[in-house]
Design a protein around this ligand. Structure first.
Ligand code: PLP
Length: 377
């Protein structure tokens, strides 16, 4: 019996070669040649106006919060079914996360429940494209426009996904990406802030460079640089960007391999879904998925616990997430829920994520067979 990990980072084999190049370039701080290459790649493949690499998606969300929040008490609408950083970034700026329930099918923000959460203090809507599957961007975008709200995409999981043929990350004024080890394309820790609004670009560059106009200085737009705004150090070293470049170059190959794994799971659990033992992910017709996550929804919390335990005994590691934010200690203190959170509550108790990584191919049928058996118990 072989241990099957939940996640295994995939290396393309060129990471060290590019790190060696960065070493030879002697540009070790941020914004070197590899950073520029990665940013240009993101701008090209997503079609956003500007991309800035950051040390994490959390960092990119913090930059988004500095750009979006104008005063303490500003309200930011977001799902509760998400990673903590989505909310934390805004709380750090004194804003209040207002949690709205998610849809049953995609577990994405329920667009029909957003309007009820809008108040005169609302500043922005943050959508999270869960599992790399798009939110209902048409409805949410027109809602944001109608109410004059900033639209921010937490696209941490969604690089390579689309909605009506357009890449995610190109819809919001701002979008954030993660290159954390658990995502599709990785640099260990890493992220990017994407911008689709010209007004925000100049300020974002300043915020990322410790509140200075250093980026302008390097472009020769000003003859000295100085402290002009609040900010912090959000940029990664060019050594890390070199690692990331090897991954971006292989994006298509990695994407295709993940898609094949995802599809095999999906076919493998069709019977279980028909038998009512588990529900499979739903990909709406408008959405194209990057196969970030494969998950199943079990009938109840007790069945999920037994399912995970059964697999663990066979050394197959399946995991769950998220613990809802609206009822967490910090969520209760800093945020509030708007309306019923019934879908968030039930889904977070029943969802289980299956191993999905390049190299699993040879054992995937075994994993599927064990999962089916555990579901049938
Ligand atoms: C992974 C993730 C983050 C955080 O990304 P880091 O790069 O680890 O900071 C934020 N939001 C969502 C939805 C994520 O999945």
């Amino acid at each position: 019996m072989k241990q099957i990990a939940f996640n295994k980072p995939f290396l393309t084999g060129r990471e060290l070669e590019y790190i060696r190049q960065a070493h030879e370039n002697m540009h070790l701080s941020g914004d070197g040649p590899f950073t520029k290459r990665c940013q240009a790649w993101l701008e090209r493949s997503i079609g956003c106006r500007k991309a800035l690499l950051t040390h994490s998606c959390t960092g990119a969300l913090e930059m988004a919060a500095i750009l979006a929040v104008t005063e303490p008490g500003d309200e930011i609408i977001m799902p509760s079914f998400t990673f903590v950083s989505t909310a934390n970034a805004f709380v750090l700026r004194g804003a209040v996360p207002v949690f709205v329930d998610v849809r049953e099918d995609t577990l994405n923000l329920d667009e029909s429940k957003i309007e009820a959460a809008i108040t005169p203090r609302t500043k922005a809507i943050v959508v999270v494209h869960y599992a790399g599957i798009a939110c209902e961007m048409d409805a949410i975008r027109s809602l944001a426009r109608r109410h004059g709200l900033m639209l921010i995409e937490d696209a941490a999981q969604a690089l390579g996904s689309g909605y009506r043929g357009r890449p995610l990350g190109s819809f919001g004024e701002l979008a954030t990406i993660s290159f954390h080890e658990t995502k599709n394309l990785i640099s260990g820790e890493g992220g990017a802030l994407l911008m689709n609004s010209d007004e925000l670009i100049e300020r974002a560059e300043i915020i990322r460079e410790k509140g200075t106009n250093r980026s302008k200085f390097f472009r020769g737009d000003v003859d000295k640089y100085t402290w002009v705004d609040i900010g912090s150090s959000f940029l990664p070293s060019d050594i890390l960007a070199a690692f990331l470049w090897a991954q971006l170059e292989a994006a298509e190959t990695i994407g295709a391999a993940r898609k094949a794994l995802w599809n095999r799971y999906h076919e493998g659990f069709a019977d279980a879904e028909r038998a009512g033992l588990a529900r499979r992910p739903v990909v709406p017709r408008e959405a194209s998925s990057n196969a970030h996550t494969y998950y199943l929804i079990l009938p109840d919390a007790a069945k999920r616990r037994r399912f995970i335990e059964t697999l663990r005994r066979e050394e197959i590691y399946a995991v769950f997430h998220y613990v809802p934010l609206h009822s967490s200690p910090a969520g209760l203190k800093y945020g509030r829920a708007c309306g019923s959170m019934a879908v968030t509550d039930t889904m977070s108790e029943r969802l289980v994520r299956l191993p999905l990584w390049l190299g699993l191919e040879a054992q995937q049928d075994y994993v599927i067979e064990r999962c089916r058996r555990a579901l049938g118990r």
